[in-house]
Design a protein around this ligand. Sequence first.
Ligand SMILES: *[C@@H]1O[C@H](CO)[C@@H](O)[C@H](O)[C@H]1NC(C)=O
Ligand SMILES: *[C@@H]1O[C@H](CO)[C@@H](O)[C@H](O)[C@H]1NC(C)=O
Ligand SMILES: *[C@@H]1O[C@H](CO)[C@@H](O)[C@H](O)[C@H]1NC(C)=O
Ligand SMILES: *[C@@H]1O[C@H](CO)[C@@H](O)[C@H](O)[C@H]1NC(C)=O
Ligand SMILES: *[C@@H]1O[C@H](CO)[C@@H](O)[C@H](O)[C@H]1NC(C)=O
Ligand SMILES: *[C@@H]1O[C@H](CO)[C@@H](O)[C@H](O)[C@H]1NC(C)=O
Ligand SMILES: *[C@@H]1O[C@H](CO)[C@@H](O)[C@H](O)[C@H]1NC(C)=O
Ligand SMILES: *[C@@H]1O[C@H](CO)[C@@H](O)[C@H](O)[C@H]1NC(C)=O
Ligand SMILES: *[C@@H]1O[C@H](CO)[C@@H](O)[C@H](O)[C@H]1NC(C)=O
Ligand SMILES: *[C@@H]1O[C@H](CO)[C@@H](O)[C@H](O)[C@H]1NC(C)=O
Ligand SMILES: *[C@@H]1O[C@H](CO)[C@@H](O)[C@H](O)[C@H]1NC(C)=O
Length: 850
Amino acid sequence: MGYSLFFPTFFLVCPLVSGFLSSEFIYPNFTATEYHFIDNDGAFLVSRNSTFKSAISNPGAQKTNFYLCVIHVESNTIIWSANRDAPISDSGVVSLTTNGITIADQGGVLRWSTPPLPSSVYALKLTELGNLILLDHSNGSLWESFHHPTDTIVTGQHLPVGTYLSSAVSDNNLSSGDYMLTISTSDALLQWHNQTYWKLSMDTEAYINSNYIVEYMAINRTGLYLFGQNESLVVIQVILSPADFRIAKLGASGHLTVSRYSGTKWDQEFFAPTDDCKTPFICGRVGLCNDGLSSGLSCSCPSGFHVVSQDCVPNNGSYYLPFSCNSSGFSYVGLGYGTEYFANDFSEPLRYHVNLSVCEDLCSGDCSCLGFFHGNSTGSCYVLESELGSVMSSNDAESDLVGYIKVLAGPSTNGVTGASSRRQKIPVAALVLLPFTGFFLLGALGFLWWKRWGLSKSKEIKLGRRNSHSSEDLDVFYIPGLPKRFDYDELEVATDNFKTQIGLGGFGAVYKGTLLDKTIVAIKKITNLGVQGRKEFCTEIAVIGNIHHVNLVRLKGFCAQGRKRLLVYEYMNHGSLDRTLFGSGPVLEWQERFDIALGTARGLAYLHNGCEHKIIHCDVKPENILLDDHLQPKISDFGLSKLLSPEQSGLFTTMRGTRGYLAPEWLTNSAISEKTDVYSFGMVLLELVSGRKNCLLRSQSHSMDDNESGGGHSSSSSGSGFGYYPLFALEMHEQGKYLELADPTLQGRVTREEAEKLVCVALCCLHEEPALRPNMVSVVGMLEGGIPIIQPIIESLNFLRFYGRRFTEASTLMELNGSTSYPLGNASRNTSGLHAVFSYVPSQQISGPR
Ligand SMILES: *[C@@H]1O[C@H](CO)[C@@H](O)[C@H](O)[C@H]1NC(C)=O
Ligand SMILES: *[C@@H]1O[C@H](CO)[C@@H](O)[C@H](O)[C@H]1NC(C)=O
Ligand SMILES: *[C@@H]1O[C@H](CO)[C@@H](O)[C@H](O)[C@H]1NC(C)=O
Ligand SMILES: *[C@@H]1O[C@H](CO)[C@@H](O)[C@H](O)[C@H]1NC(C)=O
Ligand SMILES: *[C@@H]1O[C@H](CO)[C@@H](O)[C@H](O)[C@H]1NC(C)=O
Ligand SMILES: *[C@@H]1O[C@H](CO)[C@@H](O)[C@H](O)[C@H]1NC(C)=O
Ligand SMILES: *[C@@H]1O[C@H](CO)[C@@H](O)[C@H](O)[C@H]1NC(C)=O
Ligand SMILES: *[C@@H]1O[C@H](CO)[C@@H](O)[C@H](O)[C@H]1NC(C)=O
Ligand SMILES: *[C@@H]1O[C@H](CO)[C@@H](O)[C@H](O)[C@H]1NC(C)=O
Ligand SMILES: *[C@@H]1O[C@H](CO)[C@@H](O)[C@H](O)[C@H]1NC(C)=O
Ligand SMILES: *[C@@H]1O[C@H](CO)[C@@H](O)[C@H](O)[C@H]1NC(C)=O
């Protein structure tokens, strides 16, 4: 505005002169024009704390489109507009009458109005959340802008199932664009002309918490959520660092972003989809999106097409892409191998197990079909409808998907037939897009790697294959959700050449590292794994990488180069539970222990029941339970057992150092099931109660516990200072003396009921017969209190007496031999007496002397 240089200053100096002091209410009859409120920046309503204002606004200071908007004042960001599809000129008028709001253009032409209301309007209010509400005479809500969102939701606003956000055409033209964020009963989807191109549940930032029916999406101080009935039922969450105000916006480019305002600028906290080639129209119709190595994204035309003024048109000048449904006179132009269509990842094929000609017929028989993709080896047939978007280079070198686009024969309308009649494809990068994130380099490296891998693999497969440039492989090898792939060199740099070792597990050492984007990570260098093909490795990684739960450590990426296998995990500040629980730091309070027990149980329950593939952890122990800043537990190393081949799984018992957590069935040949994890969890639970290792030698107890006279050493096994604690727990349970079991360092800050609860649950988990152990879902229920505690079955716990006796014997033996080191943590093959007790005694011997 011409005035804007002068008037705002004037307003600041002399606010009262303006005559229109904005407030949070206006009442009928009221009219406003842009000009009227020019000295208020067009604002005629301001929320109580001036966080939001309502104004007639022309985004980008263009002179043609004026909108009634709600604006976040500090950032001057439009969060809602009434007449997005019916803009007015600068002389348009906004009126509030008892019938509602109307927006009329010059000459009184009605452009927009609120729907008919059940009763008459008393006031219009702009709330502190940014909601514009029409109130009736009893302050009841008649209509709210929050119920009619445009492209943005703000903190506190709900986006219910069945509603959607729709992008704007551009930042200056707020008309509804082609991208939509819709909420379904199980997910949030981004769509373009009814074709899905992103799902929240498949995003790497999202945790799936439950499978309740989704009712709405919302953002709050701590993240982006899909909720069930109310805020206590989280279905999917994206956890963000705490911020009082943030917005989620579906941008004109089709990206969903969540940002917080830092006082001077918006800080983007979430961005989807991260792979820009997966935004539907990034390269225009039929344009081919390429992930360049260092050049960022580029667009070119797929084979069969060439560029004419930034559009891809068929090479054969007598073909053109259809503009409408046409049921005759068409043929197809092939896109060649190595191309993919964004929607194929999110839709089921129309048919499976059909050949190319059947797939073509399906498209030909449907006049709204614009093309199809066919996978030869699976016989999948995908048809493209509603609108043709961009195609992309396939990330999967072994995909044999081939695409065909419907074209009509006729005189070319382009008038450039001279150029287009040349046969060769013009490999012009029509436009080079700047990378949005540092992600692309990695993506591109990954892509190259796939290609290389694909090439080497193809030699092994005795399938006839074509020799064209993009058809290295023909068998489908599709791995959805493979996490980020890292270069070995990159991880070497990140860890400063594997300098800081922070742990040593069954599979290899763990190092601390800092990625280029400054994220601190834990990098596990897998050494104890046999030779496993990359494909098998990646398949498993994809499974592990897709498991997201607040109580499971997040796999951020991996590296599989040559024989090197590394896993990149999120870094946990507090390290592992054993350090906090058995270390010399501050005492873990009872409530903290309980929360750790519950969180760990939830994580295991999720592994066993919550995800598509059941995962048995096989190595539950305090070293594998990491604690975040808030002492929230996160289980690590899950899924790694899947990386072992069946022959290798026998290695488990020898590879793992800590026998104390291994269920009896490990020692026999009985089947390993999720109940094996339940047993180990029971052992961890006892350690949480006692604050000491279950298997503690007399010699160790000297250093860790100075008063040995603590408990009544009634039997050879008991005593809180050393010995086999599970047996002590069983004996105290039999005598009902639960407080004896609690960690003395808590100095009584625990009630008998709570100790009893944990001990009983733990003992039930230790039942010798796996079938008698509760499953993890029941364990969670018992800990939460929703399921009554079941009483341990003593007969199924008698084996502990045997273990206890052997433990004492072995421990005495070791002391006599002067050997004081109990091999903990490391994969020691030292076959001491203890090892014999806990790993190699056959079950007949164990269960014999009951
Ligand atoms: C508001 O305007 C309408 C007509 O536009 C009129 O009928 C009504 O009486 C007016 N109400 C007030 C409170 O002025
Ligand atoms: C206004 O801001 C203050 C402090 O930021 C806050 O305590 C108060 O709740 C806000 N008022 C409203 C109506 O939200
Ligand atoms: C409606 O709310 C306003 C402001 O909160 C208050 O002043 C007025 O008394 C309320 N009216 C009724 C009928 O509750
Ligand atoms: C805004 O976008 C719509 C939809 O694409 C279009 O019809 C309209 O002409 C555009 N308006 C301006 C001023 O560019
Ligand atoms: C999407 O599909 C629905 C029903 O299947 C249809 O009503 C709607 O018009 C379609 N939208 C677009 C943009 O094609
Ligand atoms: C949320 O819904 C659950 C299940 O219907 C109910 O048990 C709980 O009380 C509700 N919580 C709130 C705060 O409304
Ligand atoms: C945000 O919602 C989640 C899920 O209900 C809840 O746990 C969290 O406490 C909420 N945060 C705030 C600040 O309300
Ligand atoms: C182009 O398409 C027309 C119509 O189908 C066909 O007759 C002609 O042979 C094609 N030209 C080339 C070079 O393939
Ligand atoms: C359908 O295709 C035929 C043959 O190319 C053409 O003559 C006709 O105009 C097309 N119809 C439409 C609606 O595009
Ligand atoms: C494709 O499959 C159909 C039906 O299964 C069959 O009739 C047809 O001969 C097949 N075509 C080719 C080229 O194999
Ligand atoms: C498609 O697969 C069949 C067997 O599934 C094979 O015989 C045929 O050669 C393949 N065709 C192409 C074009 O790769």
